[in-house]
Design a protein around this ligand. Structure first.
Ligand SMILES: Cc1ncc(COP(=O)(O)O)c(C=O)c1O
Length: 395
């Protein structure tokens, strides 16, 4: 008997298990399409050079480790507001926006769902499929999860999304992913964002947009156009922003929670609640990553260097997508696989069954989760012909 004997053992995290199995696989030919991080041509996840320089400057200038306060780094928050709302958005001067440094995009998601719960939300809609941590955060806060169908045959399913959200109740929460949907790579086009904003406003839905891949789809500006169109049409909404991927700051836990409100009074009240949610969980947000981002974005040269590095990550992913899509179409003739080159970001989801994924791993050394998600940014360009050959056996 132990204090802990009432606990059942949870199943291991499938993705982490896959990483261990890949590492321990002694076969000379093996491919890892399962990882969730950006990798360069050499298979590394490098520290960006703008980050290294900003970090050195910061460490030289830093003379205290005292708490920064509940909002964390306010310059960082202001830069992320520039990205999300735009530098001149009138709501900012009218006190209708808020922003808080958060421990990664996940910290921001947690703050947002916690705020929804305090607003009376009982149920949160997530896309089907989605990144598993969305339902995980919702359930961990005691709220119910509902799903809206997101994609069919490698393309967005606007009717799937609208049919579900028409059934949502006023006050329901909805998490919608911004650019580079994880796991499908299928994004919402600009005009549909406006439709969704109008629907959210008409039905009183509490929408949080999860932006984890800003700059990975087309450009910093274009990637945020849909998010802004949604917020303009809805008039209110929340955003969870992550710097893990676009600044390569994964372990520094760097994110921002933002909200736009119809009235300054609403945002003043929401601000006290977000501060209270932070106080009860992480107390004060981590400083290091937000300091790096603020240093980069506040300096012309470092910012230009970061933008160039971001562009080269994006261009590498776009080239790999095209090459893999062409190779898979040549092998299978499938229109669905031709769609891969129209998708965005690190991920795509292939029509491969869990059994198919298991067979690829066990018999041919190609690792991918049972969902069929592949990380395009984990591929070496020279391996594409062989990877396409292997994948085609399961397609
Ligand atoms: C869809 C999505 N949202 C949010 C995140 C947030 O990540 P982090 O908490 O590491 O910033 C990720 C990271 O993989 C993601 O894929």
């Amino acid at each position: 008997m132990s204090l802990y004997s009432g606990l059942s053992t949870l199943p291991p995290d499938a993705l982490l298990g896959l990483m261990v199995a890949y590492r321990e696989d002694a076969r000379p030919e093996k491919f890892d399409l399962g990882v969730g991080v950006y990798k360069d041509e050499a298979g590394r996840t490098p520290i960006l050079s703008a980050v290294k320089k900003a970090e050195a400057r910061m460490l030289a200038a830093q003379d205290t480790k005292v708490y920064e306060g509940p909002r964390g780094n306010v310059e960082f928050c202001s830069h992320v507001e520039d990205f999300v709302f735009g530098a001149d958005h009138p709501a900012r001067k009218q006190g209708r926006t808020l922003s808080f440094t958060a421990p990664g995009g996940c910290g921001a998601l947690f703050a947002g769902v916690s705020l929804m719960r305090r607003m009376g939300t009982k149920k949160v809609w997530v896309s089907n499929p989605t990144w598993p941590n969305h339902p995980n955060v919702v359930k961990s806060l005691g709220l119910a999860v509902a799903e809206y169908d997101y994609a069919v045959g490698g393309r967005l399913s606007p009717t799937g999304i609208l049919d579900a959200l028409m059934r949502a109740e006023p006050g329901d929460g909805v998490i919608i992913q911004g650019p580079c949907h994880n796991p499908t790579g299928i994004d919402i086009p600009y005009r549909f964002w406006t439709t969704l904003g109008e629907l959210a406003k008409a039905k009183g839905l509490v929408v949080m947009i999860d932006v984890a891949y800003h700059g990975f789809a087309e450009s910093l500006d274009k990637d945020m156009a849909g998010v802004r169109a949604f917020l303009d049409a809805a008039g209110e909404g929340m955003v969870a922003y992550s710097c893990s991927k676009n600044f390569g700051l994964y372990r520094e836990r760097t994110g921002c929670f933002l909200a736009l409100g119809a009235t300054p009074e609403g945002i003043t009240a929401a601000t006290t609640h977000v501060a209270d949610i932070g106080r009860a969980t992480w107390s004060m947000p981590p400083a290091h990553g937000a300091g790096i981002v603020a240093t980069i974005l506040g300096d012309k040269e470092l910012r230009a260097e970061w933008e160039a590095e971001l562009t080269s990550m994006r261009e590498r992913m776009i080239a790999l997508r095209k090459a893999l899509s062409d190779a898979l179409v040549a092998k299978t003739g499938s229109n669905e696989l031709a769609e891969l080159s129209n998708q965005n970001g690190m991920f795509s989801q292939l029509p491969i069954s869990p059994d198919g994924a298991k067979k690829l791993r066990e018999e041919l050394g190609l690792y991918m989760p049972s969902s069929g998600r592949i990380n395009i940014a984990g591929i070496n360009a020279n391996d594409i012909p062989r990877i396409a050959e292997i994948l085609a056996t399961a397609l």
